[in-house]
Ligand binder design. Structure first.
Ligand code: SF4
Ligand code: SF4
Length: 433
């Protein structure tokens, strides 16, 4: 028996009776897989585990077995489903154009329906995320508690000995959220555009400086920025655990908020939020979201598309390299735009394997901490080899993960968001004139 067959046998244990939750388009995608194995060559999880059930082809085989009622949802099956980072690299190389996202989303939904969602995430998804005031209070209390935690000076990281975070270093929660800071829209006289800013949770509660950079940079370019106060989480945490009901509720609330405003565009500085509101909402809300989806841009994509040559900017002396967030590169094909903006605002240097996953992201980081560390180690090696003083990226989740890796090596290399580099370059250019 080959390893593949043995693993198949272990999971396909002949149980019966699962709720399958299969729509026809889901089945169609499963049947498109030719089992060529091309996904093995790019999957960051498979490259670490060499485990057939931890890659798209293996999970599609599991889906087929569910469809044939050879297996039901078990803990082992749940682990295999949860071990997918949903980075969508496999989709990019798949010669049969299998829409793997539909398959993994249905499997996650199946896990949630058949095995339930753990109580704490369920409370967060259903009762806290849809209520901004409650979310604010919870984070405010956490921020106060965090100040009494043992603190070590490694970059800006503060050690929170939370069980679920293992040995991770996480940044300090902001005392005032981005939404609270930008309650009022700064009016611009004859603005060239009026854009809405989707902050996302990490930027709202932790990386408020990134929100400040987005607003400042766009305002400097004569663009009015509206930060809608009633916007909610994009829904990625709940969709990652298959909680379709919660995800849909968040999507519908965000739809109401953004559709009620007259905006030329919506920008996001988080690769994962951009993927969620631009791509995933099309699946969740249907084709009626298409008009809004077309207006959604990653912040660098927006600047590169609508501004091009940035007026008055002189590049910083600092060497800066760029890490490609999976959700921006593999889902949206955005790689040139952030580099283009960084080249105009710094001494840009490319790192080896800039597109390699940093290992960050959602429940994967919590459940498979050992695997994320292996991915992170490779990423940090590439960053150090590049000779850059700063690594920039367009995802706060990647910022958090990479900063953790660099801090654990006591590295002096800074981790930041690309928009902060442009903000600094603009400020320094102005000071020089
Ligand atoms: S690359 Fe596509 S067709 Fe080939 S095994 Fe993977 S999912 Fe199936
Ligand atoms: S989405 Fe990413 S982690 Fe999941 S199977 Fe595809 S390549 Fe692997």
């Amino acid at each position: 028996m080959t390893t593949y067959e043995r693993q198949k046998f272990e999971v396909f244990s002949g149980l019966k009776g699962s709720r399958l939750l299969m729509s026809d388009d889901w089945k169609e995608e499963v049947s498109k897989c030719s089992k060529c194995g091309k996904c093995h060559t790019v999957c960051p999880v498979f490259l670490e585990t060499h485990d057939e059930s931890s890659v798209a082809r293996g999970r599609i085989s599991l889906a087929e077995a569910l469809l044939d009622q050879q297996i039901v949802y078990t803990e082992k099956l749940r682990d295999y489903v949860y071990s997918c980072k949903k980075c969508m690299r496999c989709r990019k190389v798949c010669p049969s154009d299998v829409d793997y996202e539909k398959i993994i989303s249905a499997l996650l939904h199946g896990v949630a329906e058949n095995m339930g969602i753990p109580l704490l995430p369920k409370i967060i998804f259903r009762y806290i995320l849809p209520r901004r005031i409650l979310f604010d209070i919870l984070l405010k209390v956490s921020s106060r508690v965090q100040r009494f935690m043992p603190m070590k000076k490694r970059g800006q990281m503060r050690h929170l000995p939370l069980l679920f975070m293992g040995k991770r270093w996480i940044p300090t929660l902001a005392r005032k959220s981005a939404l609270q800071k930008f309650r009022k829209t700064k009016k611009i006289k004859n603005p060239r555009m009026r854009v809405g800013f989707f902050t996302g949770c990490l930027i709202n509660y932790i990386y408020v400086d990134v929100a400040e950079a987005v607003v400042e940079v766009l305002n400097r370019m004569n663009i009015e920025v509206v930060v809608p106060q009633r916007q909610l989480c994009c829904g990625t945490p709940s969709s990652t655990m298959g909680d379709v009901k919660s995800t849909k509720r968040l999507a519908e609330e965000n739809r109401k908020v953004f559709e009620s405003l007259e905006l030329d565009a919506i920008v996001s500085a988080c690769a994962t939020c951009t993927k969620a509101i631009k791509n995933d909402y099309l699946r969740i809300l249907g084709p009626s979201w298409k008009q809004m989806s077309d207006k959604i841009y990653d912040i660098s994509e927006f600047i590169d598309t609508f501004i091009g040559d940035i007026p008055g900017v002189k590049p910083l002396e600092e060497k800066v390299t760029y890490h490609d967030p999976c959700h921006l590169l593999w889902v949206r094909n955005i790689s040139e735009e952030p580099r283009s903006v960084l080249k105009k605002s710094s001494r840009f240097v490319e790192m080896d394997m800039a597109d390699a996953c940093c290992g960050g992201g959602g429940i994967f980081t919590i459940i498979h901490y050992d695997l994320t560390l292996k991915m992170l180690e490779r990423k940090v090696n590439s960053i150090e080899k590049s000779g850059a003083a700063t690594v920039a990226t367009n995802c706060p989740g990647c910022v958090m993960q990479i900063a953790d890796g660099l801090a654990s090596r006591n590295s002096t290399i800074k981790t930041t968001h690309s928009i902060k580099i442009l903000q600094e370059a603009l400020r320094k250019s102005e000071a020089r004139t």
